[in-house]
Write a protein that binds this ligand. Structure first.
Ligand SMILES: [Zn+2]
Length: 114
């Protein structure tokens, strides 16, 4: 499952950060997930507990922020917010665009107990 590999990579990054400062556990984790990243937050939450058991993230409180998508039309140059990857340009109806924002998934902040 896609979300499982996302969770695993979140875990790896977190473990590295904890090790870097000789920490014990992650108390809180702040994630930013783009609306058109293809990651389903519900699915991620579904695999989370199982994936994070006995790890530095086991008791971490998660804060997930969904960030909106932004695209730039390849035909008329208009910038517009998008909800789905196939949304056409509202200005000219073109399906061709460049995605400026919304595809990313990042760990914004980790609060680590030492
Ligand atoms: Zn357009």
């Amino acid at each position: 499952m896609h979300e499982l590999s996302i969770a695993t990579s979140i875990l790896k990054t977190s473990e590295n950060e904890v090790r870097k400062i000789n920490g014990l556990q992650v108390a809180e984790i702040y994630l930013e997930i783009g609306k058109i990243s293809g990651i389903e937050i519900a699915s991620l939450e579904f695999v989370w507990d199982q994936c994070m058991k006995d790890t530095v993230l086991e008791n971490a409180r998660r804060h997930i922020q969904e960030t909106g998508g932004l695209a730039k039309c390849a035909e008329c140059g208009m910038q517009f917010p998008i909800e789905k990857i196939f949304d056409p340009c509202p200005g000219c109806g073109s399906p061709f665009k460049e995605i400026l924002k919304g595809k990313e998934m990042k760990i914004k902040k980790l609060l680590i107990t030492t």
